[in-house]
Design a protein around this ligand. Structure first.
Ligand SMILES: *Cc1c(COP(=O)(O)O)cnc(C)c1O
Length: 427
């Protein structure tokens, strides 16, 4: 098959591992080579061969207003004219901090960084500096970026004997990372029984969205809040995906559970490299130069990135009463259609404009359930969708995202293709 995507791919693999700059983009999990993108607008993405797709990836979440939203693009163009980076404070950083706090009032103090990875890494450092404890609990199947201490899944059953997920991560880097099971508070209690005074924090995706979308069961997040309070540990919500996605105020608004620290990424940068960590003032005052926890960044609070973030959050703030109910309604319609088509074959999890279809008969509440999915069938589904103009994430374990640009008509078209795929499966 000759195509410009294929050409570019063959060239790129000479220069970059897998031809890509982030592994999931390589399409390995769906047994094919990637399509190269030329541009995107609204809910459409166009590859270099001129194919048009309805986009359910949205750059893995940021483009909740659709790609290249005109106000955001206009503001960025203006900002670019003024200067690309100064490495000195700007009013933009203050404006972004104010609007983040307006939408998420518990962000009493914040720090801007460049990626979700940096945000979680730094929040954990702050938690350790504040509590003067070292150990950290994370959940199997939750992703918090690629820093050494967080690349841990642990073998089944070996709750405390962790092995790194990646080559190049020394065992010594993960010796303080403990792994528990999502939605299983008893696995957390066991770790606190074993290390009652050593756990600095629990970090959790309040809705897990990196093993496919897995919702917290009733009481789970509150139980994490209770146990951390009891042991003078901190609770960190990694809202890099859920922030400004499941509600304008994120998971805190939806579930009414209040963590000590939060991390935001993806949407908060409006499509530019920008992320945030923050929360309780007394903890954030531990960050340099106010306190002893060092964290820095040459491009942090970059004027172009903050412009895109400000413009995006402004629109969200102005239109939130309209945006979130509509997103929810349309995503639910799509989810219900999948449920109807794949009854007995797949399970669908959905919240707000986040959803996943798992090709398993099991209800998916944790990592093990997610892993029971038929990834070969997923690959077939993915390839069918792509060849019919629907771009979903090239992995069973990634979320589907909707934007405000996904119209009822686009949803209907997607439903029709899903039905066609189901028919083709039965032949
Ligand atoms: C994407 C993601 C990260 C990492 O963010 P990057 O910007 O890719 O470094 C961290 N946590 C969660 C929950 C994410 O979805």
């Amino acid at each position: 098959m000759n195509s410009k995507s294929q050409d570019l791919y063959q060239q790129s693999i000479k220069y970059m591992p897998g031809g890509v700059n982030s592994p999931v983009r390589a399409f390995k999990a769906v047994g094919r080579n990637p399509v190269f993108i030329d541009h995107a607008k609204g809910d459409r993405i166009f590859d270099v061969d001129g194919n048009e797709y309805i986009d359910y990836v949205l750059s893995w979440g940021p483009n909740i207003l659709g790609s290249a939203e005109e106000h955001v693009v206009e503001a960025v163009k203006k900002a670019v004219e003024k200067g690309l980076t100064y490495g000195a404070p700007t009013e933009n950083e203050l404006i972004l901090a104010e609007i983040v706090q307006k939408l998420v009032p518990s962000m009493e103090m914040i720090r801007l960084v460049n990626s979700g990875t940096e945000a979680t890494m730094s929040a954990i450092r702050a938690a350790r500096g504040f509590t003067k404890k070292n150990k950290l609990i994370k959940f199997r199947g939750c992703y918090h970026g690629h820093s050494d201490g967080l690349l841990v899944q642990a073998g089944s059953g070996a709750l405390t004997q962790n092995v790194p997920d990646s080559a190049g991560v020394p065992a010594s880097c993960v010796k303080d990372t403990l792994v528990a099971d999502y939605n299983d508070i008893s696995s957390v209690e066991k770790l606190f029984e074993e290390f009652p005074d050593d756990i600095a924090a629990i970090i959790v995706e309040p809705v897990a969205a990196n093993m496919g979308v897995v919702l917290p069961e009733k009481g789970f997040l509150q139980a994490l809040r209770d146990i951390t309070e009891k042991h003078d540990s901190l609770l960190i919500f990694d809202e890099v995906i859920t922030g400004f996605r499941i509600a304008a105020g994120g998971a805190e608004e939806v579930f009414g559970v209040h963590p000590d620290l939060k991390t935001f990424g993806k949407i908060v940068g409006g499509g530019m490299p920008l992320a945030v960590y923050g929360g309780r003032r007394d903890i954030m005052e531990c960050i340099a130069p106010d306190g002893p926890v060092y964290q820095a960044g040459t491009l942090s609070g970059n004027p172009i990135a903050t412009t895109a973030g400000i413009e995006t959050l402004k629109i969200i703030d102005e239109k939130k009463d309209e945006i979130y109910p509509v997103l929810e309604k349309r995503t639910k319609k799509l989810a219900d259609h999948y449920r109807k088509c794949f009854d007995g074959i797949a399970n669908v999890n959905q919240i707000g404009s986040l959803m996943s279809v798992f090709f398993t008969k099991r209800k998916v509440t944790n990592y093990e359930d997610a892993m029971s999915s038929d990834t070969k069938l997923f690959a077939k589904y993915f390839n069918f969708m792509l060849s019919h103009g629907i771009y979903v994430a090239p992995s069973q374990f990634e979320a589907m995202f909707l934007s405000v640009c996904h119209s009822d008509k686009d949803i209907q078209k997607t439903c029709d293709v899903v039905s066609e795929f189901f028919e083709s499966m039965r032949k």
